[in-house]
Ligand binder design. Structure first.
Ligand code: SAM
Length: 357
């Protein structure tokens, strides 16, 4: 089936990387067909249930839609009339227009006229409150102009995807699990959204053993634990260890082993399938981050001993640490890096590494 994924535009590279990592984790064969700003179209070897599973833990994808037809604004009416709506609308429905970028479209009248046509041909009722099916017309491939003040505006769109919504991101989850709402809070806790994305980039499967050896308040472990995994964590600070246990219990997660330990001395029996971690950034930017680099290097060597072959590590680090230098002499390879600008003097780098023999 062909799908259209509406990606968050808050980061240039993470949304697509997260989506691809999740497709790989779920073993879904895919081919990228087209990409526009904030939107990607793929042919996937998957059914609706697989797509629901794919979309159910994505941080940076807003919606996954089944592509029914692709057309242009001039051809829209004709395209709508060629679709066998009985096949796509089997219960109450609504029509929604979605514009990628701020172009002008007669949204209300389009939703009304196309809704009326689908109602007539599918013989299903319109329901604005409780629709079983949401038909979305996604306007994309914008033609943009830049005025003399360098302001960009969209004058028209070249493409419309006629789609049916499969799954929408559960924004409530990220809102409800915000760090300050947990029993144990500490500044520096990672946002659930980024933690979820890192778990995805680490290719975490159901039933995996997942390690975060710098667990802090447990933000990453919560996201991993909510996927029916076994989680192992550690922290050098006892209050963090106790705090993580409280926070995991608060989410109803019970399958964990949290140790009060320096990562470099970690000992346990399990083989780890994936690692996601956010080590301390240190303060020694002016010294070139030497102490931090040494901690990272020793930590990665220690972690790698527990990690399975071809297992992934996803780690966050500050921009002033060169991870290529840090991993010299280890059995790890960097496969991708992404930047998140935090403020003027800090950019967070999200790196995905793989263990090679
Ligand atoms: C940036 S915080 C992690 C935040 C965490 N992701 C969260 O959501 O709360 C880094 C953590 O690493 C811990 N840490 C620092 N050095 C460590 C070491 N050598 N071994 C294990 N933990 C360490 C710190 O105590 C701190 O809790």
């Amino acid at each position: 089936m062909e799908i259209t994924v509406i990606l968050s535009q808050e980061n240039e590279t993470l949304p697509k990387a997260e989506l691809i990592a999740r497709l790989e984790t779920l073993d879904i064969n895919y081919e990228i067909i087209e990409e526009y700003l904030g939107l990607i179209q793929l042919e996937v070897d998957a059914g609706i249930d697989d797509i629901v599973e794919l979309g159910s833990h994505l941080s940076y994808s807003h919606e996954i839609l089944q592509t029914i037809e692709k057309t242009t604004p001039d051809e829209l009416e004709k395209a709508v009339e060629t679709i066998d709506w009985k096949e796509f609308v089997k219960g109450s429905f609504k029509v929604r227009v979605k514009k990628m970028n701020q172009g002008s479209v007669h949204r209300n009248s389009l939703e009304r006229t196309i809704g009326a046509y689908i109602k007539k041909t599918s013989q299903q009722p319109v329901s604005l409150e409780n629709a079983e099916y949401t038909i979305k017309l996604v306007f994309t491939d914008p033609v943009q102009v830049v005025n003399e003040h360098k302001e960009v505006s969209t004058v028209k769109y070249n493409k419309i995807m006629i789609t049916s919504l499969i799954i929408k991101q559960d924004k409530k989850h990220f809102f409800d699990t915000k760090p300050h709402k947990r029993p144990y809070f500490h500044p520096g806790s990672m946002s659930p959204k980024l933690a979820c994305c890192m778990v995805n980039l680490a290719h975490v499967h159901e039933h995996d053993v997942v390690l975060d050896p710098f667990c802090g308040t447990g933000g990453i472990l919560i996201e991993a634990g909510l996927r029916n995994t076994t989680i192992i964590g550690s922290d050098i600070e006892k209050h963090m260890v106790e705090g993580t246990k409280l926070n995991l219990a608060h989410e109803g997660i019970t399958n964990f082993n949290i140790m009060w330990e320096d990562v470099r001395k970690l000992e346990f029996d399990e083989v780890v399938d994936a690692v996601a971690m956010d080590p301390p950034y240190g303060i020694s930017t002016t010294l070139g981050g030497d102490d931090t680099k040494q901690l990272y290097n020793e930590a990665l060597i220690a972690i790698s001993k527990h990690l399975k072959l071809n297992g992934y590590i996803c780690m966050a680090s500050p921009h002033y640490i060169d991870l290529y230098e840090v991993i010299k002499g280890t059995d790890l390879q960097i496969i991708q890096q992404h930047s998140i600008r935090m403020h003027k003097s800090l950019t967070r780098i999200i790196t995905v590494l793989i263990k090679k023999g």
